[in-house]
Design a binder for this molecule. Sequence first.
Ligand SMILES: Nc1ncnc2c1ncn2[C@@H]1O[C@H](COP(=O)(O)OP(=O)(O)OP(=O)(O)O)[C@@H](O)[C@H]1O
Ligand SMILES: [Mg+2]
Length: 260
Amino acid sequence: MTSVRDIPTQRVGVQAPPAARSVRLTKVFGEGDTRVVALDAVDVAFRAGQFTAIMGPSGSGKSTLMHCMAGLDAVTDGHAHIGDTELSSLNDRQLTMLRRDKIGFIFQAYNLLPTLTALENITLPMDIAGRRPDQAWLDTVIDTVGLRPRLNHRPSELSGGQQQRVACARAMANRPEIIFADEPTGNLDSKSGADVLAFLRRSVMEMGQTIVMVTHDPVAASYADRVLFLADGRIVDEMLSPTRERVLERMKAFDRQPEA
Ligand SMILES: Nc1ncnc2c1ncn2[C@@H]1O[C@H](COP(=O)(O)OP(=O)(O)OP(=O)(O)O)[C@@H](O)[C@H]1O
Ligand SMILES: [Mg+2]
């Protein structure tokens, strides 16, 4: 198994502490016959200002890793850190505040509130926190994801792709320290997907945003600085400066030699 090395990118100083990391992170679901080891002692670090893609077969633990790292799900063993904070050291209230202030999460299922409009969904985390949005930034986010004409519609009046874009905008709106995105472009047509990816890329390049993104799409992965490959709850490979072609080749190799 290839260990995950802490390789600095050109944009990130060697001394920069990771924005998030895990230590022997283990997640087990169920017991007895239904026991599933979704994450098997995963050690991983996500550098500040780096864009990481996570790939791997369905059921390999990608969503579970994101949920545990973002404090949305308790770990069975090991630790998850956001910056200097070890998540299991926090009580419920502290964890809620950390998630609200420091983490943006784009869910695989969009998790929008059905009774709120698109705009209200986007600004919800800030409204809960009693914080006024930075209007210029909010406008940039809304225009980038192309939602301006749909802002007053409710999720039931939006297409799947439009709902996904609301979820993306919500995660970006209060400029969190780290964004976890679980297949943020999975339901988008290629033009909307490219717009969202280009925006994520730009926020990394220009503002030092840290992003961890699950994807099945080699094109989406090629926007990242590195790709981690997961299989059976373990990180089995890492690729730096990925291109679509190299990612495709790597995926084919996985298909030929499935991990035990
Ligand atoms: N709440 C749960 N209860 C029981 N098992 C679960 C639960 N959530 C996930 N699992 C199991 O854990 C494993 C990893 O699931 P996970 O959702 O992390 O996979 P994934 O890599 O995100 O897959 P996909 O690409 O299909 O989204 C799977 O075997 C799944 O069935
Ligand atoms: Mg998943």
